[in-house]
Design a protein around this ligand. Sequence first.
Ligand SMILES: Nc1ncnc2c1ncn2[C@@H]1O[C@H](COP(=O)(O)OP(=O)(O)O)[C@@H](O)[C@H]1O
Ligand SMILES: [Mg+2]
Length: 244
Amino acid sequence: MAPLLRLTDVRKAFGDNVVLHDVDLEVEHGQCVVLIGASGSGKSTLLRCINLLETVDDGVIELEGEEITDPRVDADAIRSRMGVVFQSYNLFPHMSVLDNITLAPVRVHGVDKATAQREARAMLERVGLGEKATARPDDLSGGQQQRVAIARALVNRPALMLLDEVTSALDPELVGEVLDLLGQLKSEGMTMILNTHEMGFARQVADTVCFLDGGRILEQGPPDQVLLDPQQARTRQFLSRIHA
Ligand SMILES: Nc1ncnc2c1ncn2[C@@H]1O[C@H](COP(=O)(O)OP(=O)(O)O)[C@@H](O)[C@H]1O
Ligand SMILES: [Mg+2]
């Protein structure tokens, strides 16, 4: 079976600034890939290229065997097969939690309202917020809001979740509940690519850790190998700075 996602020789530049160099990556069904690396190393750009928010300059990205970097693809249809969550959860403050989650299914995907609401409630249960359907985002903690954003990304039943520093904006005491949820999704078989500074979490949940440096995947492998016994001096330097 083809991997769920395959990147081959992906290159991306902004003007003269080459931000991704010849990136190769394979993600199998149910795998969790964690991207680590200094700020500016290209982690977010890599996720944005996978989600077709950026156009690659060279190379190929395949999702379930289909070349999604082919300019003829329907980018919206491809995007709807991925769930994306960012650092800032971007919930609409004037809408209930339930309406935030059903907005895209109803308006964009043409799901009827009753079905969308039923699925949204099921998703809220799954992220442990079944009681909060009628609450406004402002009445929730940051961790709860981020869990709503994750529920919103899950309602499309994505083949793949892309999570860009989803705990970075949270108060430290709220990070754990979001990481626990990601661990739960992983154990339920969700395929995920995420970028985080939480190395303990990466060790627990990742199948593969990729260290990015200047837009290259300098080192990738099982978490214990990359995080505890890195082969590259740049990786060691990065990790020692994180741990300091
Ligand atoms: N839209 C953009 N236009 C120009 N340069 C960008 C853009 N997005 C990212 N970059 C540049 O790409 C590089 C990688 O950024 P990014 O992917 O955000 O890194 P990371 O997520 O690892 O911090 C940086 O040099 C950044 O300035
Ligand atoms: Mg980033």
